[in-house]
Structure formats: structure tokens, C-alpha cells
Design a protein around this ligand. Structure first.
Ligand SMILES: Nc1ncnc2c1ncn2[C@@H]1O[C@H](COP(=O)(O)OP(=O)(O)OP(=O)(O)O)[C@@H](O)[C@H]1O
Ligand SMILES: [Mg+2]
Length: 349
């Protein structure tokens, strides 16, 4: 005779259409009843797209029928309207906002190493310098760098409610996986564990009355990124790219991930746009020219800024003192970060 866990195992192979995660780990399976060969599964969905239940029905029936001993499979669907119609659409899963936070901005890229953490740190600093209360969360489990960029090895503590209390640096509230790990300890959590860990991590921080929370996402469009965009009510995402074609190709993938779940793309930030040579005053476009602008036009979103390659951007990051703390008159990069922050503030107001 089939058991409930046999049916669970079968349902764990059924993916939510368009996503890499299964319907069980999304929490859509509300109950499973097994009486000899009769199996009844209740599935709850929030969607306006009739194809979603149809596709899940097909796949789930197929999976349950494969379980030995099942004679009468039955699927009952409870289909609701998505909870937040003015923010979402058809295939959006229920999202929730993070306690203590007014607006959440994700900083993402398709390709690694294009300067996402540098942009996220400096954007957060620039927003804070303009008078807002800002938090920065490093969501990169495998290569956290925000702790390093803010020169901190202070450990956050847990409060009485078992929440992680962010540390304070330059007036910002910071949380990074880097704070929670020992130096050099390898992180080997994968797949569903990483997903659960990230969800917990985002929900269990004691943010103190933030106007903006900036999320530094890991590069790419894998499970962790999907978990974040699906479970957090993001107000928007900025996409970081270099002008190079390989980076732009990956940036497009990141954009389509956000578009799929109806997170507005607030704009493109082109990093490492050019090098201003101090000896001849010329701009050198080391990674090509015009890529960010072209991509922004294609997506019909603003090109929020072009950040030059500056030695002091790298140095400031390494020294734990982001360049946006510097007076904008002394660094073009700092100036660009402050201008981007001002545009985002206006847009999100
Ligand atoms: N505009 C810039 N000028 C000079 N150096 C820069 C600039 N932007 C980023 N860097 C340097 O490039 C390196 C990679 O940047 P960063 O860590 O921000 O990239 P990332 O996209 O977050 O990488 P990952 O994908 O690994 O998370 C860092 O050493 C950083 O200091
Ligand atoms: Mg990074």
C-alpha cells in the first residue's frame, strides 16, 4: 500500500511552472490523504493564470500514478486570487514584506564580479547620507563580502526573540552571512537547505525602522535568488552590469527573472564604464562602450549611472570605508553613487 511519504516524494518532483522549485517546498500542498489505493491531495494556489493549475494537475497526476499501489488518485485545487493585486500578477506566489522595513531594493547581476557588492554598499551609504534609515543585507551565502567592505568582524547577537540584531556601521544597519561564519569556514549548504537558510536569514533580522533595505544578491539566477524574489515583497531591483557583451547577456537573464515575478526593474547601473586617465584626462572604455545604455533602452528602464573604474573605489572597499562616504567632489564614483541614490529615492517615493 502507498504511504503518505511515498506521495510526498512523488510530489517533490513536481515543479511550479516556470520555476526550478517544487510545489511541496513552496508549501502549496495542504493535505495528503491515503486510504489504501485512494489518494487525495489538496493543493492551494494563488494565481489568475489558468495554465498554472492545469500544468500542476498534469504533472502531479502523472507523479502520483507512478507510485506503486495507487489506484484512485484525486487532486483538489483551492485557487485564490493573488493577495496583492496592485503589485502582482498571474503567477505570483504570496510574498511578504520584512518587519521593520519600508522599501526593499535588490541589487542583482547575471554575471559575477561586475561590482554588485560595491554598488550595493555604496548605494546604501549614499541613501543613508541623504538622511534615510538604511539597512544592507548580504544575501550571498557562498561569497559574502559586505562584512569585508565595511571593515567589520563584529558579530551580531541574538535578542530575546531569537532575532539577529544587525550591527551598525557608518549609521547603517548591516547583516551579512560573513558575520555569521568563521573566517575561512567553507559554506557547503546547497539546494533546499540554502533556500530555507536564506528565507530564515531574511525574516529573522531585527531591522530597526528602516526606510530602505538594500539586498546584495549573489550573482546569477539560481535557487537563492529565486527564493528571494519569490518570498520577499521587493519594491524593485537594480541590475549591475559592465559594458561588456558577456555581462550584458547575463544581465538580460537577471532582468527576465524579475520580470517573471513582476518585480519592477528600477534601472541599470553600468559599472567599470571607463577609466579616466589622470595623466592625459582621456576616458578609456576598457570593457567597451554603450552596452548599459543600449540595454536600458531595450528594457525601457533608466540607465541610472555609469560608474568609472577608480583605484580608490577598490581601495575604499578593501579598507572597509566605501567610496560614497567620500565627498562627491573628490571622486566621480562617489558622485555617481549619490546621483543614483537620489534617482531611486524619487522613483520610490
Ligand atoms: N568601479 C570600480 N572601480 C574599481 N574597482 C572596482 C569597481 N567596482 C568594483 N571594483 C572591484 O572589483 C572587484 C569585484 O567587485 P564586487 O565584489 O563588488 O563584485 P560582485 O559583483 O559583488 O562580485 P560577486 O559576483 O563575486 O559577488 C572588487 O575587488 C571591487 O573592489
Ligand atoms: Mg558580491
Amino acid at each position: 500500500m502507498p504511504t503518505e511519504s511515498d506521495i510526498r516524494a512523488a510530489l517533490s518532483t513536481v515543479r511550479y511552472p516556470g520555476f526550478s522549485r517544487d510545489i511541496l517546498s513552496f508549501g502549496l500542498v495542504k493535505s495528503i490523504q491515503v486510504q489504501q489505493g485512494q489518494v487525495t491531495v489538496e493543493i492551494s494556489l494563488a494565481t489568475r493564470d489558468p495554465n498554472i493549475p492545469r500544468l500542476i494537475h498534469e504533472q502531479a497526476m502523472e507523479a502520483i500514478r507512478q507510485v506503486p499501489g495507487v489506484t484512485e488518485p484525486r487532486l483538489n485545487f483551492d485557487i485564490k486570487e493573488p493577495p496583492n493585486p496592485n503589485q502582482g500578477s498571474a503567477d505570483k506566489l504570496p510574498k511578504s514584506s520584512i518587519p521593520g522595513v519600508k522599501k526593499i531594493i535588490a541589487v542583482a547581476s547575471g554575471k559575477g564580479g561586475v561590482g554588485k557588492s560595491t554598488v550595493a554598499s555604496n548605494l546604501a551609504v549614499a541613501l543613508a547620507k541623504s538622511g534615510s534609515r538604511v539597512g544592507l543585507c548580504d544575501c550571498d551565502l557562498y561569497g559574502p563580502s559586505i562584512a569585508h567592505m565595511f571593515g567589520s568582524n563584529e558579530r551580531p547577537y541574538q535578542n530575546d526573540e531569537q532575532q539577529i540584531v544587525p550591527i551598525e556601521r557608518y549609521g547603517l544597519q548591516l547583516i551579512s552571512m560573513g558575520f555569521l561564519l568563521d573566517d575561512d569556514s567553507p559554506v557547503i549548504v546547497r539546494g533546499p537547505v540554502a533556500t530555507r537558510y536564506t528565507q530564515q536569514f531574511l525574516r529573522q533580522c531585527a531591522w530597526d525602522d528602516l526606510d530602505y533595505l538594500v539586498l546584495d544578491l549573489p550573482p546569477g539566477t539560481g535557487d537563492i535568488q529565486l527564493t528571494i524574489v519569490q518570498t520577499v515583497a521587493l519594491d524593485g531591483a537594480v541590475i549591475v552590469t559592465t559594458p561588456q557583451e558577456v555581462a550584458l547577456i547575463d544581465a538580460r537573464k537577471a532582468c527576465s527573472m524579475f520580470q517573471k515575478v513582476n518585480v519592477p526593474i528600477l534601472g541599470i547601473i553600468e559599472n567599470m564604464s571607463y577609466f579616466l586617465c589622470p595623466s592625459d584626462g582621456q576616458k578609456y572604455h576598457l570593457f567597451g562602450q554603450g552596452g548599459g545604455e543600449h540595454e536600458a533602452k531595450r528594457l525601457n528602464v533608466p540607465l541610472l549611472g555609469q560608474v568609472p573604474i577608480e583605484m580608490n573605489v577598490r581601495e575604499a572597499g578593501d579598507e572597509g570605508h566605501p567610496i560614497a562616504l567620500e565627498d562627491p567632489s573628490r571622486s566621480t564614483a562617489s558622485q555617481v553613487f549619490h546621483s543614483i541614490a537620489a534617482q531611486l529615492k524619487t522613483h520610490l517615493a
